[in-house]
Structure formats: C-alpha cells, structure tokens
Design a protein around this ligand. Structure first.
Ligand code: MN
Length: 741
C-alpha cells in the first residue's frame, strides 16, 4: 500500500507512452501479417520458446516474468514493420547477456545470422556511456553505429531501449536518470538519424517525463489549458483549410498535431520564452496524393492566410539529411496568431514518421529491382561516407561499416575519442595530451598490458602508463598513425636536437671569445651581431648558436665579422674558466702527457686507443677522473665531439729544452733566393737550424740538406708541410739515420 501511494504521488501523470499490455506471440504474428511479409511461424515459435526457457524464472523490476521484455521488444519491431529476422533477434536479444546461453549454442540452434545479430546487440549494450559534452555524445553515437556492423542490430537496440523507457518507473531513481540521459543524448538522436521521428519523439518524451517530472507536469497542464482555449479557433482553421482545398479541387487529408512535449520544452528553453508566447504548438498537416498537389495546396494556403516572411521551408525540393520531405510554412490567422502548415504526400508522411521502417515496408512491397534506389536512400539516411563496391551485396547482408576510417576508444573515466583505423595506444595518448604521449611507457587495453604498437579496436578502454623520465624515441615514428602524434614526436626530437646544438654552439662561441678576453654578453646583444644575423639570414641568436653547434658555422668566422681587429688581437693566456675549475678540483700528478696551458691536470691514456708517444692526441675532461687522452683517430673521439666544451688540448710531455735534430733533404728548382726563403720558413715555425748545405747536382735542379731541431713529430710534420708549400720546392724528405754534428 505504502509503495502504491508513493508511486502515485511521485507521478501524478501517467508516462507519455505506455507499453501495450499483455503482448503475446500471436500479437506479433498479427503485426507481421499486416506488414504483408512471409515468415516462418514455427521457427519464431521455437525462438520464443528458447528465450522463455533461457530466461526461466528471471523477473523484471516490475515483477513480471523477464520474457515479457523480449516479447515486447519483438512486438515493437513487428509493429514498426521490420522482418522476421529482426523480430527473432528481438526475442533473443538478452539471452547472451543475461542467461547462460552461448553464442555457439545460438548458432547451432538458429544459424549464424541470428547468432551474429544477437551478439551485436549484446556488444552495443556493453559500451558504457558517461555523460559529457556534445562532442563526446556525438562520438559515442558514432561508436554505437560503428560497432553495430549490421543496421538491424541498431533497430533492435532502439526497440529494446523504447521498451525499457516505457517501463522505467520500476527502476531506482539513479538508474532512471542515467538511462534517461543516455536515451536523450544517444538513442533519440540515432533514431532521428534513421529518420524514425515517432520513435525519437517517444524516447524523448519518456526521458523528459523521468528526468524533469515537475517541468513535464507544468507543461502538460499549460498545454491542455491552451488547447482548450484555442479549440474553437483551431477548428475554424481546419474547417477553412478543408473548404479552400476542396474548392481548388485538391484531395487532401487534413489533421492537426500537437508538437511533442520535449520539442516544446526545448524550444521554450532555447528561446527563453514562456508557453503563453508559443503559438505554433499546433501544426496543421495536409497530406496529398502527389507532389504537384503539395505545391497547389501551398498556393491555396498562402492565398487564404498571410505567410510569415522567412518561415517557409521546402524540404520536398531540399530533403533533410535523414531524407525527411515536406513543405513547411507559417501563416497568420485572422486574429493575427501564427500557425504552421506542413504539406506532404502520403509516402513522405510515412517516411517522416517512421524513416527506415517505412523504407523496410516499401522494400517488402517491391522485393526486386529497387536495390539502387534503396541503397541511395539508406546510405544518405545514415550519413554513409564511403563508396561501396557492390551496392547489392551491401544491401543483401545489411552489413554496415559506417565509419570505415575511424575507431572509437575510451579513457578509463569513460571519455570517448575518435581515432583513425590502425591507431595505437600511443596515438591515443597524444590525442589526450602531449605530455601523456611524451612520457608514455606502456598501455593497458581493456585491462591487459599491450605493446605500444597494438592497433586499437572500437570500444577499447585504454589506460596510458607514464614515467616522468621517459622521452619520445625516434622509432615511435614508425608505428604511430595520427599526424598529431607524428608531429608532436618530430617536434620534440627537433627541439631537443636544436636545444643541444644551441648549447654546444654557445660553449664553442664562449671558448673562442675567452681567447680574446671577451665576454659573450658584449657581443650577443650588440649592434654588429644584429647586422651580421641579418646579413646571414638568421632569425635570432638561438639560430646562430644552433648553426655553430651543428658545425655549419665556425665561431672564429663569426668573431672575424663582429669584432674589431684590436679586440681580436688580444689573445688570452689564461686557461678558460672550465679548465681552471677542473684544475682546482684535480690533484697534481705526473704523466707522460701534459695539458697545454695548464700543466697540472691529471691525465691518463684512454684504454680504447692507447695513444703512443708522438701520435697526435686530444684530451677530454672526464667527470672527476681527470683528463683522458685519446688518439685523434680514436672512434670514441667522434662521439665525444658532442661535448666540445670538454675537449682540451694536450701534448706529449717533454723537457722544455728537449729537441730532436733531424735531417731534411729538399729538392728544388734552381732559383735565386731559394735558400733564403726556406730558412725564413723554418725560423718562423720555431725550428732551430744546426747545419745547412746547398748544391746544384745538375742544371736547373737544387739540392738543399738541412739539419734542424724539432720538438716532436707534429712539429716535424708542420715544418715539412710548410716547406712543401714554398714555391720552387719539389720534394721534402726526411733522411733517416745518423745526423751529422
Ligand atoms: Mn533488453
């Protein structure tokens, strides 16, 4: 008793759409017969009995046996004019989800087609919709359409939802709100997409009733009041319409319809008006036998009443995307109140109410030969985006792949995102947030850890795992498919590379500047540098530094252009700051190698190349271990070039006075002044000449032997090269063996 009273006080009004009570299998057969379809009664009976047996003692929240629900869903499908297969799927649609039945069993009992369709309905039901914004809702609608794969799956799902909405009062308030919202945001728009405007209206009004009971009640009483007051006026309009059309010789059915409650409610809310300001709550409908009569009727209406400018719409010439066709016009009544007249043919009227269902009946009537027309119709109806190779095959299977280039995936919180087919968890991560992509270390799809290159599927729930230390890697580019992920990864790699190059460039420039006892500040903000940048087509200091860092520009070249000759002339003798700092940190030590300009650094010979005394060497400042000394040929040296700031000049240790006499044999042209030129070069390079001898062994040829003191092999090589560069010198050879005096 208490329950009954509470229920009555909660809903003084009845739900706007109520289920037909006591539906039985025979009612379904009756509806199927009415739609003029052949069907296998025995088979449907078997399907029903299977469903009955599977659901067994299960009860609905209403206290009725569970099977009343599939029975009712099947009835709605038959009533809408869908075929035997749809009806059978309606009867079976909950057995996979709610009973112990298995897909294989279904297939063995009733064949693959039914099993596949029931499986499809079950899968759709598993996508959990979390209310978000309109974009999310649209993506979710696409997911529902995309995961259906067969349009009949959607039809059954819509009938299922309609019956659930009709019986929503038996559920807890929380469930009512959740299901009501989902209906409003997902299923009603899908019904509209399929042109099923009556079903859409039923779903919306039921949702309105449960989500906004107070507003529903207020609207209901105000509308009824309005209808009562306006009754005489509206009868006058209907009568006059009738009379005028008859006089013009146009056969037409005239009726007036109250707008759907939810549609009135939305309009009032959208326009911020009160119901007293709403005039077109009634629409007059004129249904004729032909398109020609539609336009003739329009002329009659516009002659009888004055049309409101801007309120005429010709959806016959320009059908809506869901193929709705009708003429709409708003005119002013004699008392000055506007009202709407809708004019259409019978066929258009049927399509306007039932959409795809009307199409089904149309198809049933003409079983063959209309394939192409139907394809166009259906494709447009559901916003088909792809060309189909063989339309007939497509139609016969009713297989749909509405969004063949997209997949829809969820975050763990239920946000749904659109991605291209073949997209990976990494694409998903970048779609959500750049940082989520950059630091991505792994992903769980539907709870399972998967490789980052796994292709995602419709409805997957993806959890991205990150680590702050993770950064993008170049090989990610080989498997991500979204341009967003690609560009974000590339961007990161380029920026990182450029950052590194800039840092290297900065240090190289600073080192060059220190040689001239100059600070970077002096030149980096200066006029001359600005001019130089412009002349080189560089945008900024950063550009300059990264060019230096990438090795495309030598710092010395820059300084030559930016500094004065006298600034350049000051050569710093002090070692650089870094070197000084390192020198302070490191203990003194003795070594076969010394660091030039700072003899007190700890050095050791690198194990990788073990340079030999006399070989050309180069030093690198290690972290805390002193200076490692490599042969310039060492392959590690090339890697170390990434840190030019740590490079340091070294040379083999020697006593200051230690020199080695060697003999060079120089072959020359026999030219005057040759000897003077050679000695001048030797002196300039710091070679001390101990002995020199010149001769002319044959005409035109000179032979000069010189004993010169050199410090090391490098010194010797420099000397030889310089001598070879002197004009008139043909060859310079080192004479091995004893050196005289
Ligand atoms: Mn169901």
């Amino acid at each position: 008793m208490a329950t009954a009273r509470r229920r009555r006080s909660r809903n003084r009004l009845k739900p706007p759409v109520e289920p037909r009570s006591g539906v039985e299998l025979d009612d379904i057969f009756q509806r199927l017969r009415e739609s003029g379809r052949a069907f296998d009664e025995e088979r449907l009976r078997r399907v029903y009995e299977y469903s009955l047996a599977k659901h067994g003692d299960q009860m609905r929240a209403s206290g009725e046996p569970y099977v009343t629900h599939p029975l009712h869903v099947a009835y709605l499908l038959a009533e809408l004019g869908f075929d035997e297969v749809c009806v059978a799927v309606g009867l079976l649609h909950d057995v996979l989800e709610d009973t112990l039945a298995e897909r294989d069993e279904l297939r063995d009992e009733f064949g693959e087609e039914l099993a596949r369709l029931v499986d499809g309905v079950t899968k759709i039901g598993r996508h959990a919709y979390v209310q978000r914004n309109e974009v999310q809702a649209e993506t979710f609608r696409k997911l529902i359409l995309a995961s259906a794969e067969d349009i009949r799956v959607i039809l059954v799902k819509l009938a299922d939802r309609l019956h659930n909405m009709m019986t929503l009062e038996h559920l807890e308030p929380e469930s009512r709100v959740r299901i009501g919202r989902e209906t409003l945001e997902i299923y009603a728009p899908i019904a509209l997409r399929l042109g099923m405007s009556r079903l859409q209206g039923d779903l919306q009004d039921l949702a309105f009733y449960y989500l906004y009971p107070k507003q529903f009640e207020t609207l209901d009483s105000r509308v009824k009041e309005k209808l009562k007051i306006g009754r005489t006026a509206s009868r006058k309009i209907s009568d006059r319409l009738q009379k005028e059309l008859a006089e013009a010789g146009i056969e037409a059915d005239i009726s007036s319809r109250l707008k759907r409650y939810y549609s009135i409610f939305s309009k009032l809310r959208r326009q911020g008006i009160d119901i007293s300001q709403l005039y077109d709550y009634l629409a007059y409908r004129v249904v004729t036998g032909s398109i020609r009569d539609c336009y003739a009727a329009l002329g009659v209406v516009h002659q009888a009443w004055r049309p409101v400018p801007g309120r005429f719409k010709d959806y016959i010439a320009m059908p809506k995307p869901n193929l709705y066709q009708s003429i709409h016009t708003t005119v002013l009544s004699d008392s000055g109140q506007p009202f709407e007249v809708q004019i259409r043919t019978q066929e258009m009227d049927l399509v306007a109410e039932e959409g795809i269902a009307a199409h089904w009946r149309y198809k049933a009537g003409r079983e063959t030969g209309t394939g192409d027309h139907n394809i166009v119709w259906l494709r447009q109806l559901i916003d088909w985006q792809q060309e189909v190779d063989d339309p007939r095959a497509f139609m016969s299977a009713l297989k749909i792949d509405l969004y063949p280039h997209e997949v829809y995936c969820f975050t763990p919180k239920g946000d749904v995102f659109t991605l291209p087919r073949g997209a990976t968890p990494l694409d998903f991560a970048y779609k959500i947030h750049t940082d989520l992509g950059h630091h991505c270390v792994g992903a769980r799809v539907n709870g399972k850890l998967v490789p980052l290159k796994t292709a995602l599927r419709n409805g997957d729930i993806i959890e991205i795992r990150t680590s702050p230390g993770r950064v993008p890697s170049r090989d990610w580019l080989s498997f991500v498919v979204t341009s967003r992920a690609k560009s974000k990864i590339r961007n990161w790699l380029n920026t990182e590379q450029k950052k590194r190059a800039m840092e290297i460039g900065r240090r190289m420039l600073e080192r060059e500047l220190r040689k001239h006892k100059l600070s970077p500040k002096k030149i980096l903000g200066g006029q001359r540098l600005a001019k130089y940048l412009v002349s080189e087509g560089l945008a900024s200091n950063e550009d300059l530094l990264s060019r230096i860092g990438f090795g495309k520009l030598a710092p010395r070249v820059v300084l030559d252009r930016v500094l004065d000759a006298e600034q350049l002339a000051v050569e710093a003798e002090a070692p650089g700051a870094l070197r000084q700092a390192v020198a302070k940190m490191l203990p003194f030590g003795s070594s076969p190698v010394t660091v030039r300009g700072s003899g007190d650094l700890l050095t050791f010979l690198a194990k990788c190349c073990n340079p030999l005394p006399g070989e050309e060497i180069v030093g690198y400042i290690t972290r805390g271990r002193g200076v490692s000394v490599h042969s310039v040929e060492c392959s590690n040296v090339k890697n170390l070039l990434y840190h030019p700031d740590r490079e340091i000049e070294v040379e083999w240790a020697r006593q200051d006075d230690e020199v080695f006499p060697i003999m060079l044999s120089i072959e020359t042209e026999d030219e005057p002044g040759m000897l003077a030129r050679l000695t001048e070069v030797i002196a300039r390079l710091g070679g001390n000449i101990r002995h020199i001898e010149a001769a002319a062994p044959e005409p035109g040829r000179g032979q000069i032997d010189v004993v010169v003191e050199v410090r090391n092999r490098r010194h010797l090589e420099k000397l030889r090269q310089a001598l070879r560069g002197v004009s008139g010198v043909r060859e310079v050879d080192r004479r091995m063996g004893g050196v005289a005096g």
